[in-house]
Design a protein around this ligand. Sequence first.
Ligand code: ZN
Length: 196
Amino acid sequence: MRVTDDRYSRDWRRLELAVRMIRHEARTGTIRLWTGLSDDRIRKLYRTYVQSVAVTPVRRHRGKTPSQTSFFLRNREMRRHGALLAGIYSRLGLLDRDAAGHPLLPGRPAMQWGGLVLSAYEAYLELCPDVCISFEHACHLLDALWAETELGLAACRSCAALTLVDRLRVGSAGCTFCSSQRTSRPLASPGSERMQ
Ligand SMILES: [Zn+2]
């Protein structure tokens, strides 16, 4: 009886995770990878969700998953959104590392941490109605931050806010707010700057 209960509970969590992913227009491949459900099961789930639950249109995305980290650094707005989402990841423990500096979660089944990623993405949607990071890009951001080869998260040198940094560039800029202050500040005569 106990085994049946555990299996039922696991299946339920799997389906719940898949439906949340469908709601955020995750690709079938990502849903399969995270939940272990077959493509056929995902298709049926998608049809059921769209026909009986969805109140807004849900698109199915095909093609390659995002793989360009430059997406998050291409302008100030994207860096701001990326830093916000990365900060939520950090807050929820998704970027935690072991004593040797290796990320804790990537080697574990996504069923253990997938719900947290969805919660982070949903928090981002709440905070940023002008959303410009899709769920698939949000997953890519997490992968990039785990890898820490091209993209990193660091405290701004001026205000200590978390900011995305380009690890391939020496002397990456501060947070988007401080960078915009620097570029919009009028030229001042020596000694005229006031402390902020
Ligand atoms: Zn700053």
